[in-house]
Design a binder for this molecule. Sequence first.
Ligand SMILES: Cc1ncc(COP(=O)(O)O)c(C=O)c1O
Length: 422
Amino acid sequence: MSNATELIHSIPVDPLTGAISVPIYQTSTYVQDAPGVNKGYDYARSNNPTRGTLETIIAQLEKGSVGIAFGSGLAAIDAVVKLLKSGDEILAVDDIYGGAFRLFTRIYEKFGITVNYVDTTDVANVFNAITPNTKLIWLETPTNPTLKVSDIEAIAKIAKANACLLCVDNTFASPALQQPLTLGADLVIHSATKYLGGHSDLIAGLVVAKEKELGEKIKFIQNASGAILSPFDSWLVIRGIETLHLRVQQHCRNAQVVAEYLETNPAVDRVFYPGLKTHFNHHIAKKQSKGFGGIVSFTLKNDTEKAATAFVTGTRYFKLAESLGGVKSLLCHPAQMTHKSIPAEKRRAAGVADSLIRLSVGLEEAADLVADLEQAFLKLKIEKENFELTLSAVKNPDSGLVDSSYNCRQGFQSRRGSRILL
Ligand SMILES: Cc1ncc(COP(=O)(O)O)c(C=O)c1O
C-alpha cells in the first residue's frame, strides 16, 4: 500500500490563496499581456490549472514524469494508440476490457493497426507472439473481468529487448496497490472513473508516462485531438484521490471475505480473485502488488446466461450496473454488459463464461454483503427446484405436482406457490 501521508500531501495547498482544497479554474481562456506573452496558460484545451494539478498528482503517485488527464478512460487508451502508425502491431492481453477491444478492432484496424491477443499470464506466450512489427504491448493486470495477473517486470524486459512500448492499464489495482512504471512499464493508463474517482460520480481517464519525451508526445496528441478532462471533473478525481488509500484497503479486505465465501458455495463453479491461494498467478500478484483489489468474479455450475441473469437481478446491496470501484457494491454480467462487443466464441475462449458474474465489492460491512449474496443464491436454488418440479409435472401430469393445468398467460402454479412460465 502506498504511503498515506505521501498520497494526501501530494495534493498541494493553493499557492495563491492558501486554500486547502484545490481551486476549480472554470475558464476557457486566459488574458494575455501581449500576443504570446501570458502566465503559462493561453487556452484551456491546452492547459488548465485544476487539470494540471491532477496531472502532477497522478504522475507523482505512479512514479512517472508526465500525467495527462482525459475525458474518459477510453480517451486515454485512444491517445496511446495514436502513438502508432499504419502497419504497426499491438500485442494485447486476451481478456481485455471490452471497450478497448472495440476501439482496437472497430476503429484502429481500418487504419492498418493490427492486434494480436495472447494469454499474457504465461510470459512465454508474449515472447513467442512478438513480431518485428510489434510496437506496443498492452497489459491489464488484473484483467477485467477474469482477474488474470501478468508479470509486469518480466514482460517489460521482453518489451525493452524488442524496442516496443509496454502500457499497463492499472485501473483495477490503482497506484495504491501497484506501480507498473517502477516495474519497467513505459506507460500507465487509468479509467479514473473507477477507484481514483471512487464515488461513481464521474467519467475520467489518465495516462502517465515514465519518460518526459513520451509524455510530451501524448500531451501533443491530446491537444491535437481534444479529449481533455473538465476542471470540475479534475477536481472530483483529486478529491477521490484524497481517500484512495483508505478506500482501497477496505475494498481489499471486503473482497477477500467475499471471495472466500464464494469458494465455499456449492452453486459456484470457479472464483477469480488474485488474493486466493487457488488463483493461477497468486504468487505474481503478491510479488508486484501490495493488495489484491476489490473485484471478484465467479461462474455458476449452471453455466447459462439465464441463471446469471436471475442471480444479478436477485441481490439487494449489490446493485446491477456497469462500472466498478465505487463506495457502493455493484455487480454485472459481462456477457450481456461490459463484454457484449466481444464475439461470444472469443469471449468464452478468453475465459469469460456465459454465467460469469463480476462483483465490485464496495465499502459496506462485509457480513452484509455475504448475506446479500447468500439470499440471491437461495432464490436461485428455489427457482431451479421449482422449475425441475414443474418440468417433471409436465412430463408426468398424473403426479399431482401442479395444482392446475397450464395457462399460457399465467404458466403453471407449482405446489411451492411460485408461478413458472415455460
Ligand atoms: C480496465 C478498464 N480500462 C478502461 C476502461 C474505460 O474507462 P472509461 O469507462 O472511463 O472510458 C474501463 C471501463 O470499464 C475498464 O474497466
